[in-house]
Design a protein around this ligand. Structure first.
Ligand code: SAH
Length: 512
């Protein structure tokens, strides 16, 4: 999808986009920013950028350069800034498309103005893309409306940072304001700032909220008054990045705090299914969970495609073509493209699938209608549904993984069908992300979703002698997977009543 400004790749030659990445939740990046990332040759990013933004499907050659290292002392921060400026200029002069990705909005306490000035002086083509600044992100996710009829008529963004040296904030002016004040970089200067505001005339009972990691699954909010907030934030050990919100509007939060009330807020969930087969994670994230992926399974095309090619060229000879997984449809389609075949190759063959996801994929890839999707999303369900339509003498093509269960071909043959069981793709074991695996083993996750017996045994191999982490609820996608899990000796915390109910099972596991 393109933003109204048009595709990001129009201008040839060097170009720098100073892009606001938003306050933390990667979903808050603008469409324009996303477009620019997709076309970037070089991305320079800061400390507060969510790593998921760096997983965007960039151009393969795109370099991602971390430039946010905080060096101690003011001179070194300036040196760091000079380095960033020089890199932007150099890459742009080489004709590269550079994205300078900055937390929040580039022009709010972000030195974006300084960077733009450098580019302007160097005569480099640049643009600035706004981002949701931390304060506005926090307003939404804390439920504190910065302006509100009868409560707050104006809002001020300030920083209390200058208290440690540099230009101090105009305390006496700030103390006279009656609306909302939001302080950036105020975590450590909070006691000082609160005193200054009271001394300058703000009521000591003025409500205050301190918001750590706003908009993320780790958001924390501490509330109090100007008189006691420093002690409360200290007791809660609030850390940067955090904001301080001062003003009567803070009280509205007591009825508007929707964010932390979501069903799975802050829950850490490990998802082990392959990344491209993960329809439920989006919903889990919407409910406030932090989803981490450790795929226990990966797919690749069949190494020997002879049988597959013959089957695909002769699709029309079959009475039924059966896809038992979304990937079966995907890999069959890929191979058909290579062979120069399209949906016409199916002729009058009918199509049956296991599962609604597979049906969606068949729809998407072949643009043909699926004739049969049994409610029972297991091999047994499909065999029974086909049997009821008459199987004797029927030619059936199964396009499956190399490691499909034998039940389906057995049941179909027993009912009198002539079955061709063809490997459309293969399962392989991915390399685990060691850091995530260690977090898993240490019991950091509230739940782990296990979606096949094969994935369970891979996890078992990865854990080695380490036991299933006790505090992590094991949620399975169904009885077959549960059986495999129990065989390993692990406790099934919850089992989905059907595959598409995995999210529901996860919610139950974590809330009941
Ligand atoms: N340009 C950024 C601000 C950079 S200054 C913006 O527009 O948001 C860094 C300060 O921003 C932090 O010290 C903190 O006060 C604030 N900040 C950034 N991200 C935050 C977050 N997720 N939650 C709370 N404060 C945040």
């Amino acid at each position: 999808m393109h933003s109204p400004l048009g595709p990001a790749s129009i201008s040839p030659g060097g170009h720098v986009a100073i892009v606001g990445a938003g306050p933390g939740d990667p979903g808050l990046l603008t469409l324009r920013g996303h477009d620019l990332l997709l076309h970037a040759d070089v991305v320079l990013y800061d400390r507060l950028i969510d790593t998921r933004l760096l997983d965007t499907p960039y151009k393969p050659a795109c370099r991602r350069v971390y430039v946010g290292k905080e060096l101690p002392g003011r001179a070194s921060r300036d040196a760091q800034q000079r380095h960033i400026n020089a890199t932007m200029v150099r890459e742009a002069r080489r004709g590269k498309r550079v994205v300078r990705l900055k937390g929040g909005d580039p022009l709010i306490f972000g030195r974006g103005g300084e960077e733009a000035a450098v580019l302007a002086a160097a005569g480099i083509d640049f643009e600035i893309v706004p981002g949701v600044t931390a304060a506005l992100g926090a307003a939404a996710t804390t439920g504190i409306p910065f302006t509100h009829r009868g409560v707050a008529q104006e809002v001020t963004f300030a920083t209390a940072h200058g208290a440690k040296g540099g230009t101090p904030p105009p305390w006496s002016a700030l103390g006279k304001l009656r609306g909302t004040i939001v302080f950036y970089m105020g975590t450590y200067t909070l006691p000082f700032a609160a005193k200054k505001l009271i001394a300058a005339g703000r009521r000591p009972s003025t409500p205050v909220a301190v918001v750590e990691r706003a908009t993320t699954t780790r958001q924390r909010v501490v509330t109090g008054t100007l008189a006691n907030i420093a002690a409360r934030a200290g007791a809660a050990a609030v850390r940067p990045p955090s904001l301080v919100i001062v003003g009567d509007a803070v009280d509205l939060r007591s009825s508007l705090d929707w964010f932390e009330k979501r069903l799975l807020f802050g829950k850490k969930i490990l998802v082990t299914r392959p990344a491209n087969e993960d329809p439920g994670s989006h919903r889990l994230e919407e409910l406030g969970a932090e989803v981490t992926r450790l795929p226990g399974l990966e797919f690749r095309p069949a190494r020997n495609s002879g049988a597959l090619d013959r089957a695909l060229r002769g699709l029309a000879r079959f009475d039924w073509v059966v896809f038992t997984s979304p990937r079966g449809a995907e890999f069959a389609h890929r191979r058909m493209e290579k062979l120069g075949l399209d949906a016409r190759a199916f002729g009058s063959a009918r199509v049956a699938v296991v599962g609604w996801m597979t049906r969606t994929m068949v729809d998407a890839y072949f643009e043909i209608r699926t004739d049969l999707v049994p409610d029972d999303e297991r091999a047994e369900g499909l065999a029974e549904a086909l049997r009821r339509r008459g199987l004797r003498g029927k030619r059936i093509l199964l396009l499956r993984a190399d490691q499909g269960r034998d039940v389906l071909p057995e049941l179909l043959s027993k009912a009198g069908a002539k079955v061709s069981d063809v490997v459309a793709y293969e399962h392989t074991e991915p390399k685990p992300d060691r850091a995530i695996l260690a977090r898993f083993a240490s019991g950091e996750f509230d739940a782990a979703l296990v979606t096949s017996g094969e994935i369970a045994s891979t996890l078992k191999r990865w854990l080695g002698r380490r036991p299933w982490p006790e505090r992590t609820k094991l949620v399975t996608i169904g009885p077959v997977t549960s059986g495999a899990v129990r065989e390993i000796g692990w406790p099934v915390g919850r089992e989905a009543t059907e595959p598409r109910k995995l999210v529901e099972a996860t919610i139950e596991a974590l809330t009941k």
